[in-house]
Design a protein around this ligand. Structure first.
Ligand code: GLA
Length: 425
């Protein structure tokens, strides 16, 4: 394989390795790299933890490790972005997780979380030194943390020489969706965010030119082409980062659980013989018809939350049907609707995200736009006719600072492949 085929951050990390770490005879393997992509989600926001459907794609932005296996049980890391070291030991993991976590910077906690989960799952890992680099905007709604988590699994597979194998072949020890689930558990323990499986699954399942429809309950998935040369995927970053977003996120999740159990009780009160209703475990199990019939029994706030989620699951299926006909105009319409739901019913947008969506709406040739990911800041995703990209860029540059006092950054992404690893020398 030629070097130029590796993602840029993998090359950057490999180049920095020798300047950051000294070879004092402690290494037991060649310089290797591993990486995993960030994601955008076309539609299906906040549906994952409701056992519903999502339609993401992996993007051509990655988190990458480059490093070498050590003979001992130490993991030493250097973040090219933060220009900062972090170090922890494999000894006594997962028991020592909480104590070791305290002493680490935020980014390294994700790495430790994944490593602890791998040890818990029974993998005998080896220590390593590595540089961590990446080009997924941090905290911007493209899942830089999931990319880092998934890249960590692949780095451990690379540095631990054969003990840990990944893939969907029979002899593999970890299937792709098992990697995603392990990384999701790591996210929970590392950050306290009770996230769903969307980000990690999208990173693990990435295929060039394809979006993936994932059933977040059964983990069944199916690919759909998403690569019309006339339509660009434009991601615009508000530059807003909210520290308290994870509290609000966990609160939404809890509201959905509460709405589910209230709706289940209401349905069963009315239809005690309804076997389907006894099986209701998440909002995914409530049909739009049932919701229309029983929604008045919910307090207003929960009615809005549940109404959004149930409609959003429908929107995912709608978009899948439209993609089969390559009807991006109509897909765009569904995106506007998704944003309105996130803003008015689920209430996870913010004035800056709304401003970007408004500006996009006023530009001819923008087919659709909405906030992306968890919300309260981060990015919007815009489906834009190629010939309208410049007009959108100009409109954002002119109007966004005026409306918000901030600068936005604009990125054009492509549906790209999933994780990778390679020996570099
Ligand atoms: C965050 C979470 C995901 C998902 C999205 C919203 O990105 O990590 O699991 O819930 O928000 O769709």
């Amino acid at each position: 394989m030629e070097r130029k085929q590796y993602p840029q951050p993998a090359l950057e990390a490999a180049q920095k390795f020798a300047t950051v770490f000294q070879d004092d005879g402690v290494y037991a393997g060649p310089l290797s790299a591993a990486w995993a992509p960030g994601r955008v989600n076309i539609i299906g926001e906040h549906t994952d933890y409701n056992d519903g459907f999502v339609l993401p794609l992996a993007v051509d932005r990655v988190s990458a490790f480059a490093g070498r296996t050590r003979q001992d049980q130490e993991v030493r890391l250097w973040s090219a972005h933060f220009e900062e070291y972090a170090q922890f030991s494999l000894e006594q993991l997962p028991g020592s997780f909480e104590q070791q976590r305290q002493g680490l910077p935020g980014w390294a906690r994700y790495v430790l979380g994944v490593v602890a989960e791998l040890v818990r799952a029974g993998f005998a890992l080896k220590g390593f030194d590595a540089v961590v680099a990446g080009d997924v905007p941090l905290g911007g709604g493209m899942s830089s943390s999931a990319a880092l988590e998934v890249a960590t699994v692949y780095a451990c597979a690379q540095f631990s020489g054969g003990q840990l194998k990944i893939g969907d072949g029979e002899e593999s020890r970890l299937q792709k969706m098992e990697v995603a689930a392990l990384c999701q558990r790591a996210e929970h323990i590392a950050s306290g965010l009770r996230s769903g499986i969307l980000d990690q699954a999208a990173s693990c399942l990435g295929q060039p030119g394809q979006a993936v429809l994932l059933d977040c309950r059964s983990f069944a998935y199916q690919y759909f082409p998403f690569s019309d040369p006339e339509v660009a995927i434009v991601v615009i970053d508000t530059s807003v980062r909210r520290e308290l977003a994870s509290t609000a996120y966990n609160e939404r999740r809890q509201q959905c659980e509460e709405a589910t159990s209230l709706l289940r009780e209401a349905i069963l009160r009315d239809e005690p013989e309804n076997a389907q209703a006894r099986e209701i475990k998440a909002l995914r199990d409530i049909t739009p018809e049932q919701f229309a019939r029983y929604k008045d029994q919910l307090p207003e706030l929960l009615r809005k939350r549940a109404g959004y989620v149930i409609a959003e699951d429908e929107r995912v299926m709608q978009v899948v049907e439209l993609l089969k006909r390559n009807d991006f105009e109509a897909v765009g319409q569904v995106l506007w609707q998704g944003h309105a739901g996130l803003r008015d019913e689920y209430e996870v947008s913010c004035s800056e995200l709304d401003a970007l969506v408004d500006i996009a709406h006023s530009v001819p040739g923008v087919l659709g736009a909405r906030m992306l990911g968890g919300g309260f800041g981060g990015c919007t995703i815009n489906l834009v006719r190629q010939e309208a990209v410049t007009a959108l860029t100009q409109a954002v540059e002119e109007q966004y600072p005026e409306r918000t006092g901030r600068q936005a950054s604009i990125d054009i992404c492509r549906a790209a492949g999933g994780p990778g690893m390679v020996i570099m020398e």
